[in-house]
Design a protein around this ligand. Structure first.
Ligand SMILES: Cc1ncc(COP(=O)(O)O)c(C=O)c1O
Length: 370
């Protein structure tokens, strides 16, 4: 039986192995392991790639969100609007600066934060909106930026899942006042461990983020603000530098894979595919199919050697960690539906058309009752 694994870097790492080992040797010989030249170089490369003035390497994507919120002075008695369907980190970062995450349901077709819902949630306590470019799909940035501007709110992009997606030609992570991304291993560009980045065009906010990630230490060596320790690791930065020149090509490959899935699945009425946002691109971090028979389909594919994932099985308001917000089941119907019904198909650079066809044939057979 054919086996198709759900490991996004199984094909992209082997061709880079020698370059990675050389980079490790250099790192070993330099003997400069924290805030070294490799991190500085990667920050400059990433800023250029992301078309922003500053990129600040952070320990992980969650801390990048938390630091962005801190830099903007968001805290106690503030409210921040986040999608009800995202990875929990988006809401936890808000909570852990002392503010209240206010949940907005996602759009039924794009699965990203609905601008209409967002507008209805604004109160005098609202300070920011955090759209998430979920599964690689750009959020509806035009209307969201307009809402933020009209109401004097900060817009912070959670770009963990969509590095180099575009909205009207602008890259994700370059449109908000401060933005966060993650280099968790399975991301479109992932480290060999944890990693994250804050991006911004503001000199002042960049300086603040640099201080906060390093215990609050300023350029003169004084601990000017109460910071934390969350510096992107020197070795991870160096390895990410080896990967960055390939990211655009990998994303193109993900988009080609998605186009093939769309072609082979288009006649199956029982499944819904994610619609790409208007004026945006979708770099297909995840290829989701939504079906009321998700759990059965997952098992069926497993028996045919096909690994799949679920992103995510619980919407933000139903996690026990956030039950104190007082939300009830049924309050965010689209987020709940996607969590109950979403199945992530294998989707990563190196997956062949033959593999994609095999997956689609098995899905077709499942719905045909075989
Ligand atoms: C949407 C989203 N936000 C934030 C994060 C947090 O990133 P990290 O795992 O690097 O802390 C992730 C990924 O894990 C994510 O998918």
């Amino acid at each position: 039986m054919k086996t198709i694994k759900y490991i996004p870097f199984q094909h992209i790492h082997p061709p880079l192995k020698q370059r990675m080992i050389e980079e490790f040797r250099r790192f070993y010989d330099d003997q400069f392991y924290i805030l070294g030249s490799g991190l500085k170089k990667f920050e400059e490369e990433y800023a250029e790639f992301n078309e922003v003035k500053h990129a600040i390497g952070i320990g992980n994507g969650y801390d990048a969100l938390w630091i962005a919120l801190k830099c903007l002075g968001i805290g106690k008695s503030d409210e921040v609007i986040v999608p009800a369907h995202t990875f929990i980190a988006t809401a936890l970062a808000v909570l852990n600066v002392g503010a209240k995450p206010v949940l907005g349901d996602v759009d039924e077709n794009t699965f990203t934060l609905s601008p209409k819902t967002t507008e209805d949630l604004i109160t005098e306590k609202t300070k920011a909106i955090i759209p998430v470019h979920l599964y690689g799909n750009v959020a509806d940035m035009g209307p969201l930026m307009e809402i933020a501007q009209k109401n004097s709110l900060f817009l912070i992009e959670d770009n963990a899942q969509a590095q180099d997606a575009r909205y009207q030609g602008k890259p994700t992570g370059s449109m908000g006042i401060m933005n966060a991304t993650s280099f968790y291993p399975g991301k479109n560009i992932g480290a060999f461990g944890d990693g994250g980045m804050v991006t911004t065009n503001s000199d002042e906010l960049a300086e603040k983020a640099r201080m906060i990630r390093n215990y609050g230490k300023d350029e003169t060596g004084i601990f000017a603000v109460p910071g934390i320790n969350s510096r992107l690791d020197e070795l991870q930065a160096r390895l990410l530098s080896v990967k960055l020149p390939h990211l655009r090509r990998w994303n193109e490959e993900r988009m080609e894979i998605a186009a093939l899935y769309e072609k082979y699945l288009k006649n199956i009425d029982e499944i819904q595919l994610q619609a790409t946002s208007e004026n945006g691109t979708n770099v297909r971090h995840i290829f989701p199919v939504v079906t009321s028979r998700r759990d059965e389909l997952k098992k069926w594919l497993q028996t045919h050697g096909i690994q799949t994932g679920i992103h995510y099985d619980t919407p933000i308001h139903l996690h026990p960690a956030l039950s104190f917000l007082g939300h009830k089941k049924g309050q965010f119907p689209i987020a709940e539906k996607v969590c109950d019904q979403e199945l992530s198909l294998p989707n990563f650079p190196g997956l062949t058309e033959e593999d994609i066809k095999y997956v689609c044939e098995k899905i077709e057979a499942f719905f045909a009752g075989n």
